[in-house]
Design a protein around this ligand. Sequence first.
Ligand code: NI
Length: 172
Amino acid sequence: MTLRPILIHPDPRLKTVAEPVPEITDEIRRLADDMLETMYDAPGIGLAAPQIGRLSRLLVMDAAKEEETAQPMVLINPQVTWASDMRSVYEEGCLSIPEQFADVERPAEVEVRWLGLDGKTHSQRFDGLWATCVQHEIDHLDGKLFIDYLKPMKRQMITRRMVKLKRERARG
Ligand code: NI
């Protein structure tokens, strides 16, 4: 397994709608393994393929609580098939927007259908942190970031910070 560098906002690849994965290949399996390793290493609870510069509809996540055993999930071509009217607010962050956090309101529960690495179609209802996480990651596949839900002033402030961070990192 290989750690993959995570793109930092702003980057045009983070604003691009990703392409469906046509079939499960060994390369896709390796990509999923690398993404899980990269996510745990970061550490984070979710990572979408565009965040490592791969414009494919694939995401990994594990929103298990610290005291619980790991529950790594790989979702290929995921689709929200149902969302609750009830909404919830979580303070979100993103590995592509390091150390910036903001409250985002989303449906409290969603049902998602996806293709698994086993080649089978899966469907599951998510709630709590899992619901927020899966919606945040699916947004990445549509070129959308959590800061897109914020007021323009706040979004611009965070973007300026990221531009500065990228400049500092480039200098090394
Ligand atoms: Ni994110």
